[in-house]
Design a protein around this ligand. Structure first.
Ligand code: HSE
Length: 450
């Protein structure tokens, strides 16, 4: 007599749990990583989910040599996956905001939960997609959309749920961080390093998204909405890239005890919310100042917990897959027991979300690094300091670099106190008109991050 032993997973009442069937759309860097990790860690993943997770179907225009899909059905039309009655969760890994949006909408209309790594989609269309998901009794999860493998969404939404979040600051674009690190450590040229980051597969399809801060702005607005409980307002993020950072500013910052990092900063006060992405000098002794290469880190300050720091790989195939699969497991726990996740998309009940005013950049208060190029003659420095004091700006540190040769120009480097941006810009405007000042005044914001 042949004895078949069938292991059936069951809930706490002993009822057997059905396997959860997923459809993966997109088999690029993240899609192949998701497939491979799901296969490799099948036992652990099923044990954690409390049920089996089955890859029911893959939607991809072409295969990926990094991924052996074996007997899993691969279809060319991703919309077949979104409509497949045997798929419970659609995993959107195609990127972009046009087809990806239609795909997610189709999945939701077909009552499927969605897992996505698509930061642009969530940042720009999250409000309407979440509303549609809620109306259809399904969920969109997006852990992989911010900081790749770092579980920062879960940390903010769940781990820190007791706190009023005061501010957060993150290195949330690996490509930009890699470029700044190489410029600092090896004195390399900006465009040279960018080409290497593209070859390594970290950069966005359009690398200006990385270097001009758009990718970081997408991620920042998602973090800020979860931190403060407000709808996504991507268009209100102030964004400044790193393409104008010159090697001499990197060196000057180092000599003053600072590092230049491309930070996404969100903070909330009685005046409103700040949402800004820009190059920032931060004291080198801060842990986050030492996050180098393609790594990401997010510093979050909660009123109860104090400062907390989250560090890890912000991009790449398996780190991002790690977050995608964590979301799949979360959903599987509900699907297997025929329940609907109650957790709100942004951590706050949707009716409790508040549209706080977002401060224009001219209204923010911060310290500044200034580099002024001037003719090397008497009185120039004293004129500058006079203009600064007239604007109520005090100078915390000043260094004057000797001209390299007779008759060439001097560099005056300054660190100011914290001042309103509009005050600083007014002072710069006056300084630039002064006799003996050459070219524009370089200014980079400085944050102490305490
Ligand atoms: N281009 C992004 C980065 C990929 O460099 O961080 C991850 O979102």
């Amino acid at each position: 007599v042949a004895l078949f032993c069938l292991k059936i997973r069951s809930d706490c009442r002993g009822n057997s749990l059905k396997p959860v069937r997923i459809g993966i759309c997109g088999l690029g860097t993240v899609g192949s990583g998701t497939f491979n990790v799901l296969e490799r860690n099948k036992a652990e993943i099923s044990a954690r989910a409390g049920t089996d997770i089955v890859i029911q179907q893959i939607g991809a225009r072409r295969g990926n040599p990094d991924c052996n899909t074996g007997t899993v059905e691969v279809v060319h039309d991703i919309f077949d996956v979104a409509r497949n009655p045997n798929v419970d969760v659609v995993v959107e890994l195609i990127g972009g905001t046009t087809t990806a949006k239609e795909l997610v909408e189709t999945a939701i209309e077909n009552k499927k939960h969605v897992v996505t790594a698509n930061k642009a989609l969530i940042a720009e269309f999250g409000n309407e997609l979440f509303a549609k998901a809620e109306a259809n009794g399904v969920r969109i999860t997006f852990e992989a959309a911010v900081a790749g493998g770092i579980p920062i969404i879960k940390a903010l939404r769940e781990g820190l749920a007791a706190n009023k979040i005061e501010w957060l600051a993150g290195i949330i674009n690996g490509t930009g961080n890699y470029i700044l690190t190489e410029m600092r450590d090896k004195g390399r040229d900006f465009s040279d390093v960018l080409k290497e980051a593209q070859a390594l597969g970290y950069a966005e399809a359009d690398p200006t998204f990385d270097v001009e801060g758009i990718d970081a702005a997408h991620k920042l607005v998602i973090l800020a909405s979860i931190a403060f409980g407000m709808p996504l307002q991507f268009e209100k993020v102030f964004t400044e890239g790193i393409s104008n950072i010159e090697p001499q500013d990197v060196t000057n910052a180092n000599e003053l005890g600072y590092r230049i990092k491309h930070l996404g900063i969100a903070s909330k006060s009685n005046d409103g919310v700040e949402l800004r992405v820009h190059p920032t000098l931060i004291p080198e002794k801060r842990l986050i100042a030492n996050v180098d290469g393609v790594m990401n880190a997010v510093l979050v300050k909660g009123d109860a917990v104090g400062p907390t720091l989250y560090y890890g790989a912000g991009a790449g195939s398996e780190p991002t897959a790690s977050s995608v699969i964590a979301d799949i497991i979360d959903l599987a726990r509900f699907i297997a027991t025929d329940t609907v996740p109650t957790q709100a998309h942004l951590g706050f009940a949707s009716e409790a979300l508040q549209e706080y005013p977002v401060l224009p950049i001219a209204e923010i208060t911060t310290a500044y690094y200034l580099r002024i190029t001037a003719e090397d003659r008497m009185g120039v420095l004293s004129n500058i300091t006079q203009i600064m004091s007239q604007q109520g700006i005090s100078i915390e540190a000043v260094v004057q670099r000797e001209p390299k040769s007779e008759g060439s120009q001097a560099s005056i480097i300054m660190l100011t106190n914290r001042v309103k941006e509009k005050q600083l810009l007014a002072a710069i405007k006056t300084i630039e008109k002064e006799d003996g000042i050459v070219g524009p005044v370089v200014n980079i914001r400085v944050e102490a991050l305490v």
